[in-house]
Structures are given as C-alpha cells and as structure tokens.
Design a protein around this ligand. Structure first.
Ligand code: IVH
Length: 774
C-alpha cells in the first residue's frame, strides 16, 4: 500500500473511493448483519487512512466520506422508547366469508339493530415496517420502531432523514402531543436500484423491499439511512393529548392536512359487501402499484365504536387484515436436512433449488415433521410446488407427479444428527398417545439442543441480547464456555480469551459484554419466557408474571406444583374439547360418589350420562362419548382422573389466565427435573429479576374481582369484561367471598343470591358505568 505522503492526487481520488466503499461495506456487515468481517483494529485503520488522505487533500473530501459519518456510530445502539399506547398488530383473514364474519362480529359486539349499517375504511396493507413518530406542539421529537409492541427502538435521527415525514406538522388542529403511526417502505424501483448497487459493490443484497426498508432504517449511522429513498404512509396514531377526529376516514384526511402521505387507494365502505368489493379492487390495482402491498386492512370507521370494541390480547377487535392469497412456484427438492429444536423436537427442513416466489428467493422450506414428508410422499429429487403465504416461511404444497420423481422415499433418521447420535423418540400426549413429533432424547446432553436452547434464551422476545447471534453462540459453546444460560453472564470472566478469537476486537467484545450486563436486570415475563418451557409462550409468560409478581413466588409455586402435579387423565379431561370446568368438576364429583351403579345398564353412554350427571350439557356428553365409547371405560377413566386431582400449588398455576392444565403440567414437569431446577438457581444467582408490573391501580375498580350477571343493556358482556380488565379489575364467572362487586342486570339469578349470601356489594349497570366513568 502506498504511504499517504507519497500519493499523487489521482491516486488519492481512487483510494478515497475504495475506502468509502470498503468502510461502508464493513459498516453494513457489522450493523445490519451482526457479522463483522474484520477486526475492529483493521476497521479503525481503514478509517484512519481515509482521514489522513483527506487531511492532505482537503478538496477531495467526498460527500459520502466515512469521516463525515457519526464517529461513535459503531459502539452506539438504539435507545429504547416506550410507546405511549402499545403498537399492536392485526388479526388476519384469508377468505371471503371471514370479511362477512368480521362484520357480523362487530355488529354482535355492538348489539346493533339489523337496520343499522357499519361504515368501514378499506386501506391497502403496506408491506414495510411500522413506525411511531411523536410530535409535541407540532414538532417531531421522537421516532420509534414497533419493537415488541410496548417498547421500540429509538430511530429518531434516521426518521428525520425521510423526506415524506414532516419535521413540523403543517396546517392546524393537531393535538399538542400525538404519536403519528404508519408504514416506512421502499418502492420497487428504489429497491431494485439499491440491490443493483449492492451487488456491484460485492455486498449482500436484500431479499425483498420490506427487509431493505427495515435494514435501511435500522442503521446506526443515519447517513446511510439518508442515502436510501425511504418513504412513509401515515394511517394510524397512538397516544394523543386531544381527540381530533370522529372517524378513521376523517383522521386520514387530517393526517394528510398535516403534511403526511396517506394511501390513495383507501376507500370508505359499508357492510360486508362493501368490504369484499374493496378487496377485489385492491387485488386489481396491486400489480400496477410502485410498492408492495400484501392485503387490505379493514377498520371500523367510527372511533367511538373502535373505543368500545377495544382489543383482544395483541390485536384490536375493530380491525382486521385480509391478506392476499399465497404465491406459488415450482422447484426441485435437493435435500432434506434435520434440525434439532430447543426442546429436542426434530424438524426436517427442505433444501430447495433457489426459486423466486412472490419476489423473494427461496432456498429452504419447513416440513414440520416426519409424517408430513410421508403424507406428501416427498423424495429428494422431486419437483415440488412451493408456496409463500404472507410473511410465513415457505411451505411445500405438493409433489408434481408428471415430472421425473426422486429415486427413493425419504427415510427419516432414527438418531439425532448431533455428535452423540442419541435415539429419537416419538412424543406422547399427556394421556400417553403417540404424536407426530419426534424428539431427541438427549436433553441437555445433546449439543444441538443446548444450542437451540441458548438461541431461544437470547432471542428478541426473551433476554434480547444483542451481539450474541448464532455464530457467537456456536463458537462459545464449542469452546466449552457456554453450557447453560447462566454461563452467558459469566462470559465477562473470559474477556481475554474471547479477544484471542478471530473477528473479536476490543470494541465488539466490549459491546457484547455491555449488552449482556444490560440484561442482568430482567423483567419477570422475559425471564419466564426465556426458560423455554414447552407450551409457555409469550402470552402465558406475561400472564404468569402478572399473577406471581415476583420471581421467588413463581419459582416456589412451580416447584410445589411439580410435587402435586395433575395426572395424565385429569389433564386430558380438563383439556377435552367441549368439556368446560363445570362439566369436569361434575364428572369428578360423580366419580367420587360412585352413583353410577344406580343407572340402568342397557342404555347408551350418552343416555346414561344424561341420567347420571344431569349437570352435563349435550356438548359435554358428546365429548365424553367420543373419548370413552362405553360406560365401563368412562367410569374407570373418571375414577382414575379423580384420583389424579392435583394439589393447590398446581391448581394455582393452572388457574392463571392463559395457562391451563396442559401448560401447567409442562411447567411442573420442567421444575420436577433436577437439572432444570439447578439451571434456574444458577441463573438466579446471576440475575436481578424485576417484579412484574401490576395491572392498573389508579382506577376505582383496580384490583377488584368483579362478576357480571343478568343481561346488560348498555353494553354486551364481552364489552363489559374487556372494559373492566382494561381498568385493572379481574373478572370472574362465579361469586365467592373473594368477589368485590357483582354487576347485576335484569334476569340475574343464583349469582345475585350468592352475592347476598357473601355480603358482596351489588351494582346496577348504570351504577357500574358511573363508577368506572365510562
Ligand atoms: S393499522 C392495531 N393500517 O400491518 C394495529 N396497519 O398487522 C393498527 N399495516 O403493524 C395497524 N398497512 O405494520 C394499519 N393501512 C394500514 C396498514 C397497516 C400496513 C401493517 C402495520 C401493522 C400490521 C398489522
């Protein structure tokens, strides 16, 4: 390399171009893909050489010079921004009748008379990434990605570079404070140009415009974002200090007046027929648009109705996304590989000859399980039909029979592909029936399982540890430094050893250890989710965290639950479709009392159940008939279940909203294993687990247990329940001495009597509404 002092001007021009390209390439590898290709020292040397040349030839400083970019960029991460109002997602619908069902559901919920029409907006569903931008007194002050819906990443500097997002709101009438929401996206042409440039520079290309938009926005260096022609459509809002519209349609108009782009294809329609017509139109215009849309979003137009409809878990009741159907393509199945999941579940993965489906190059597809391979009759070498439905991983739909077939049927391996070659076993249900899932029996001894477990532990919705990706986990595990999640928090003691590894420089190791330290203080729901217990997903983890509030309570109760676990038949009965909690207790009570002997023997099981257990409804009787077939098996089963009734700690876990007996058994089984208990203890020694956030406490009904009974006239039961829960109350189905309030409408019966018996306060619907201030 020519020393800087000896460069001619022509050589300097060339050299600055080369350096700008190279530095930008490493920026991208580092920030976007978490895959640094050179050490930090080498990177710094490139930057230094660039600066030295610029110092000698100041007139040659390029507009996109690496020296003009934010210097500390490499070590800075995005700050966290808590959304004023969570950013939720929409439920999906795929078929015509689901639009009608949506309309019907809305009408039922709002109790509309048949003559009343519901107005909707039908908007194109822009395929980009959503963003929330906070304006105070009309000034852009902060912008955040969706993140996990509650907390997003601070991308303010980057969003400021997007021309279609005003720094100052135009017009008038905007609330003093408002979070304007919408989609950041990249047009087809801009996407193609970006990829062409990347390909030319030998850089990685993006799979689709959405990834490109996300990658472009999530740049530490906003100069890179600025160079990408990102665009924005506004279609929603979060927290706002004053109401500013009565309908979604009016709100869209306002957003436009304030200087935002809104989707020109949006329309206002009425009824299910209007929804369908809007979908048909959108499907027709789709190929002519300059950007990707992946469906239509329907929203109830009236905002007061939206308010009443509210939310169910992660999605609003007032809106739904109707996705365009999947896109298909043909290709060759080149191989079937086996992957091992964190719980040892074995997933076959199809390796495909690369093919474009709906604009995305596909090389892998999931096959779910061995039976699916057998059912579809897949052979390596077959020509297959592939399909992508929205965002989901591509699937193999079928084999093309007319094309030459692969030589032989696929034989599913009997042993784990890991170095231990542990035997695979078929998973069984709680009741002992075999399922289609195969598992590696190696548990923690299996290196593949361990790795998958760690991957889950550090993943975004669990501990969310940045810089600890697949590669790093694999390397550290192979070195023997990571055997359990707690080891992650001990990596700091290996700083010097890590520094000796390729591609780990002072800065990157510093960043990694810092992001690990940041997570030493962790929310209880993330902690629970991070344990990776089967059937304990995010919603369940949140519910558990809210219920137990402290990690100590959660762990103690789970350990006790492990000693008092429900037996398999009890679990199966509790989980049987058609059998509610009342029916289950009726069956168990019957089994204990042994009254069955009095029932005439020559009747069908259905008829005998009707006589023996009058509390069972038709559905429950049918469910039991289907499960047991005859009286003798039923009686034996019910007795067995009655002997398997779990203890209080188990019941406490199972009774938490969204948990249930099946997940409770998984939790109990997890804590029944010595090594899992040790793993948890070990982890807790490293961590500070924050107590869970309590539900709202500043309302008149917060923390109270409420029972609704009788018919309500100003709102439906669902609506009342949703409202009460929103205000921090717990809604229960039965009255006990723990009940705080009973809201009784006309026709209230036994629950009202129970309330009197327990001395529980009873309110009319109007009194309730006055109390909660609705
Ligand atoms: S409204 C409560 N309107 O689709 C959610 N979303 O699954 C309100 N999207 O996260 C979202 N176009 O990223 C809405 N016209 C539109 C949209 C739209 C695209 C995206 C958005 C959201 C996802 C919902």
């Amino acid at each position: 390399m020519i020393p800087v002092a000896d460069l001619t001007e022509a050589e300097a021009v060339q050299e600055l171009t080369r350096l700008a390209d190279e530095i930008s390439r490493h920026d991208i590898a580092y920030h976007q893909h978490d895959e640094p290709e050179i050490s930090d020292a080498d990177y710094d040397a490139l930057k230094r050489r660039n600066t030295e040349i610029e110092a000698r030839f100041p007139h040659l400083v390029r507009e996109n010079s690496p020296s003009l970019k934010v210097g500390a960029a490499r070590s800075e991460k995005f700050g966290a921004v808590e959304h004023g109002v969570p950013m939720l997602s929409l439920d999906n619908a795929f078929a015509d009748d689901e639009a009608a069902e949506f309309d019907a559901r809305i009408r039922r919920f709002l109790r509309l008379s048949p003559t009343e029409t519901v107005g909707y907006t039908a908007e194109p569903k822009i395929d980009g990434l959503s963003c929330s931008i906070r304006y105070v007194k009309g000034e852009l002050v902060q912008a955040a990605t969706r993140g996990d819906g509650r907390v997003g990443e601070d991308v303010t500097a980057n969003v400021r570079t997007i021309r279609e997002i005003p720094h100052k709101l135009a017009g008038s009438g905007w609330p003093d404070e408002i979070e304007v929401r919408g989609e950041i996206y990249l047009g087809h042409e801009e996407f193609a140009a970006l990829n062409a440039a990347a390909a030319e520079a030998g850089q990685k290309t993006y799979a689709n415009p959405r990834n490109a938009a996300a990658g472009s926005l999530r740049q530490i260096d906003s100069a890179i974002t600025a160079a990408r022609p990102l665009r924005f459509f506004a279609y929603a809002w979060g927290a706002h200090s004053q109401p500013f519209a009565q309908t979604q349609w009016e709100a869209l108009q306002k957003l436009k007046d304030w200087g935002f782009q809104t989707t020109p294809q949006s329309v206002r329609v009425e009824n299910a027929a209007g929804l369908l017509a809007a979908y048909a139109t959108m499907e027709q215009v789709r190929p002519h648009l300059a950007y990707d849309i992946d469906g239509v979003v329907y929203k109830v137009d009236r905002l007061d109705w939206q308010q009443r409809l509210g939310f169910v878990s992660r999605a609003p009741r007032w809106g739904i996304a109707r996705k365009f159907p999947a896109q298909q393509a043909r290709t060759i199945l080149e191989a079937i590989d086996i992957q091992v999941g964190r719980t040892g579940a074995i997933t076959p993965v199809a390796r495909l000859h690369p093919v474009t489906v709906g604009g995305v190059v596909v090389v892998n597809a999931t096959l779910h399980n061995a039976d699916e391979i057998a059912r579809k009759g897949l052979r390596v070498g077959d020509t297959v039909i592939l399909q992508r439905a929205g965002d989901v991983i591509p699937q193999i739909v079928s084999v093309v029979e007319d094309e030459p077939r692969g030589p032989e049927p696929f034989e599913f391996p009997t042993h784990c592909p890991c170095p231990l070659h542990t035997e695979l076993v078929r998973e069984t249900t709680a009741a002992g029936a075999e399922t289609v899932v195969r598992r590696c029996s190696g548990e923690f001894a299996c290196p593949f399982q361990k790795l998958a477990h760690l991957r889950h532990f550090v993943s975004r919705r669990a501990f969310d540890i940045e810089g600890l990706g697949e590669k790093q986990l694999t390397t550290f595990s192979e070195k023997g430094w990571l055997n359990s999640p707690a080891d992650i928090f001990r990596l700091k003691d290996r700083r010097d050893e890590i520094l000796t590894l390729d591609r780990f420089g002072e800065t990157s190791v510093g960043n990694l250890l810092a992001s690990i330290e940041e997570r030493r203080n962790i929310e209880l729901d993330r902690f629970i989710y991070g344990l990776g217990i089967r059937h304990v997903g995010e919603t369940t983890s949140t519910a558990l965290a809210r219920h137990f509030e402290t990690v100590a309570r959660f762990v103690e109760t789970s350990k006790l639950a492990a000693e008092q676990m429900a037996g398999p038949l009890y679990a199966e009965l509790s989980d049987l479709d058609g059998l509610g909690p009342t029916a289950v207790s009726a069956v168990l009570e019957f089994a204990r009392s042994g009254q069955g002997l009095l029932v005439p023997p020559d009747l069908s099981l259905e008829a005998r159940l009707r006589l023996a257990i009058p509390k069972l409804n038709t559905k429950a009787r049918a469910a039991l008939e289907a499960r047991f077939g005859d009286w003798a098996s039923f009686e034996a089963g019910a007795r067995q279940a009655a002997s398997e009734i779990p203890g209080d700690a188990f019941l406490e876990v199972a009774s938490v909203d969204a948990v249930g007996v099946v997940a409770a058994r998984m939790i109990a089984e997890f804590f029944a294993e010595d090594h899992n208990r040790a793993l948890v203890e070990d982890l807790l020694a490293e961590l500070e687990v924050k107590d869970a956030e309590r539900p709202k406490t500043d309302t008149a009904v917060a923390g109270k247990t409420v029972v609704f009974t009788g018919s309500l006239e100003r709102m439906t039961r669902d609506e009342a329940k949703a409202q009460a829960e929103r205000l921090g109350a717990k809604v229960s189905g039965s009255v006990s001495k723990k009940t705080d309030l009973v809201v009784a409408g006309p026709g209230a019966g036994s629950k009202l009597k129970d309330a009197e018996k327990h001395g529980v306060q009873v309110l009319t619907e109007d009194e309730w509404i006055a109390l909660v201030g609705a």
